[in-house]
Design a protein around this ligand. Structure first.
Ligand code: ZN
Length: 268
């Protein structure tokens, strides 16, 4: 079953990880959907972005002050967010947490966010420790092992048990639409020595169809995450034009989805 369910929260189109939300009344975890609700400063009408973020944050039970973003650089740097970083990047790009593609926190009332237009959203939830995380994994982040870095960082910071942490792999480009060259495949072999046809499928033209979601799932398994604790989407951002932006499909003009995770202050 598709773990990311499309719905509207107070009129805003989103996809949410329905099983997780069923289990926890204070958790928010999902990704924006639809083409007409701009949330990204560079890609959308800048006058609309802050009010849209404010409306979304409130619809999720947070405030704009809780919205926290980093400047993403396709790296594997993971930052622990505390009260001091809460709200970074919410109104102005200049205040975003610099150069990080992963955010983790164990504090409530912080909404961790990251942006995507084909890259893989990784959402982490440790219900035992009340800790959450979000990561942005394009092929560069994937081959650098940001998925593994997230697990290790949560273990170090919060005592997260890799065997019990939940991970959702969100809407991103599918192997149906993601053709890459051997440069990418060679780099991926560093992270996944026994790369199989399920992850990288060779084509007649000497190139490959890559399944970035499976690649990240494989790296997560190597890091100790249980198969049964992973929820992997079936959505391909390039195929699902009515729901998602796609850089491969739309080129430079592509908008961005935002993924979020956070634990609200109190039950409401
Ligand atoms: Zn596709």
């Amino acid at each position: 079953m598709e773990p990311f369910r499309y719905e509207k929260v107070q009129g805003i189109p989103v996809t949410v990880i329905s099983d997780w939300l069923k289990e926890s009344p204070t958790l928010a975890a999902g990704m924006s959907a639809g083409q007409h609700y701009g949330l990204h400063r560079e890609q959308d009408d800048p006058r609309a972005v802050v009010p849209n973020r404010d409306r979304l944050a409130r619809a999720l039970g947070f405030s704009l002050d809780a919205w926290t973003s980093a400047t993403q650089v396709h790296g594997k740097n993971v930052v622990r967010v505390t009260r001091a970083e809460r709200g970074a990047g919410n109104r102005k790009r200049e205040t975003a947490i610099p150069a990080a593609d992963g955010l983790v926190t164990d504090e409530r009332d912080i909404l961790l966010t990251a942006f995507y237009a084909d890259c893989v959203p990784l959402l982490f939830w440790d219900s035992d420790r009340g800790a959450v995380g979000v990561a942005h994994a394009g092929w560069r982040g994937t081959v650098l092992g940001i998925a593994r870095e997230m697990v290790e960082r949560m273990k170090r910071e919060f005592g997260t048990d890799p065997g019990s942490v939940r991970v959702a792999i969100g809407p991103s480009i599918g192997s149906c639409c993601y053709e890459v060259d051997d440069r990418v495949v060679d780099a991926l072999k560093e992270q996944i020595p026994d790369l199989d046809d399920d992850i990288v499928h060779p084509k007649d033209n000497g190139r490959f169809m890559l399944d970035l979601k499976r690649a990240n799932a494989d790296i997560l398994r190597q890091a100790g995450v249980e198969n049964s604790r992973m929820s992997v989407t079936n959505f391909c951002t390039s195929c699902e034009e009515w729901l998602f932006f796609s850089h491969r499909r739309d080129g430079e003009k592509a908008g961005r989805m935002v993924a979020w995770i956070g634990i609200r202050k109190d039950e409401s």
